[in-house]
Design a binder for this molecule. Structure first.
Ligand code: SF4
Length: 293
């Protein structure tokens, strides 16, 4: 016999659930909805919402709209986006995650103090990620974004430093960067623990889950930072971990002689997609077991 299990620590975080709930409420009323950027970094979920009538637009397209409903996703938006939406008297549904909003607030306060004490605001994250763009906006784009260890050369270590992380970064990577900065710093250094607990607590749980399986399918979106982080953690403890966007990426040959299969995903992976993967694997396993394939 064989077993296929979906990890209970996988699937949408509450920030994404909130944004999708808001979108569905509007779409179920047959209203037109425009969402600025991908509502979630998962192509399959986007296609589902587009089939219900959602339109994904770049922010500048909101300038062509008037009296429409426009949604901002969980990542947050810079101030300029709010101004653009207002021009056409559009109805804004702001689904920025409360955790991201709290981080934006913290950075804005730190930035205002930094003007007085000549300190530097550092953000550890991906420069092009929408959350980071909105966070940097809180420093009037004067903060320094650190993507990787070499970027710390942009820091003036003689000045005071305050460091924050994008909410979806890997805790270990953040810790390593902070250690390097601590070592070089010649002034005061404030490290803020700003990785979302919905993300940081998942890594270890998914590793425990992956260790108990012979094959693990990590279901995630190619554009999702959280998927990349969690997938690499699972792969570290189980080399038979495969990144898939949907059941179409599964090579069934891998399932031969395997009996314990695990399925897990990121904060942007819909539950229905993991279920679909499970059904596919189940039908493949049945065929393998009956010797049809
Ligand atoms: S990962 Fe955390 S911060 Fe990001 S949207 Fe989800 S709940 Fe909010």
């Amino acid at each position: 016999m064989y077993s296929i299990e979906i990890s209970s620590d996988s699937g949408f975080c509450f920030g994404v659930i909130n944004a999708i709930d808001k979108a569905e409420t509007i779409l179920n009323n047959n209203e037109t909805l425009y969402c600025v950027g991908d509502i979630v970094h998962n192509e399959q979920e986007i296609k589902r919402l587009e089939s219900m009538g959602m339109n994904i637009i770049p922010i500048d397209d909101s300038l062509k709209l008037s009296n429409q409903t426009i949604l901002f996703r969980a990542h947050g938006e810079p101030k300029a986006s709010y101004n653009k939406v207002k021009i056409g008297k559009n109805n804004l549904i702001d689904a920025t995650c409360p955790i991201v909003l709290a981080l934006q607030d913290k950075i804005a306060k730190a930035y205002s103090s930094s003007i007085k004490n000549n300190s530097q605001i550092i953000i550890f994250g991906k420069k092009t990620h929408p959350e980071v763009i909105a966070l940097l906006d809180k420093t009037e784009n004067n903060g320094i974004v650190i993507e990787q260890i070499n970027d710390i050369d942009f820091i003036d270590f003689l000045k005071p430093i305050e460091i924050f992380s994008q909410t979806t970064k890997a805790p270990k990577e953040y810790q390593e960067i902070c250690e390097k900065i601590k070592f070089k710093s010649k002034n005061t250094l404030k490290i803020h623990d700003t990785i979302c607990k919905q993300v940081s607590s998942r890594g270890e749980k998914l590793q425990e889950f992956s260790k108990t399986k012979e094959v693990v399918y990590f279901v995630g979106g190619a554009k999702s930072s959280n998927s990349k982080v969690l997938f690499s953690l699972c792969k570290q403890v189980n080399s038979n971990t495969y990144f898939i966007e949907s059941e179409r990426d599964i090579d069934s040959k891998i399932l031969y002689n395997k009996t314990k299969i695990g399925i897990c995903g990121a904060t942007s992976t819909p539950q229905w997609l993991m279920q679909k993967v499970m059904q596919f694997v189940d039908s493949e396993m049945k065929q393998i077991m009956s010797g049809i394939t």
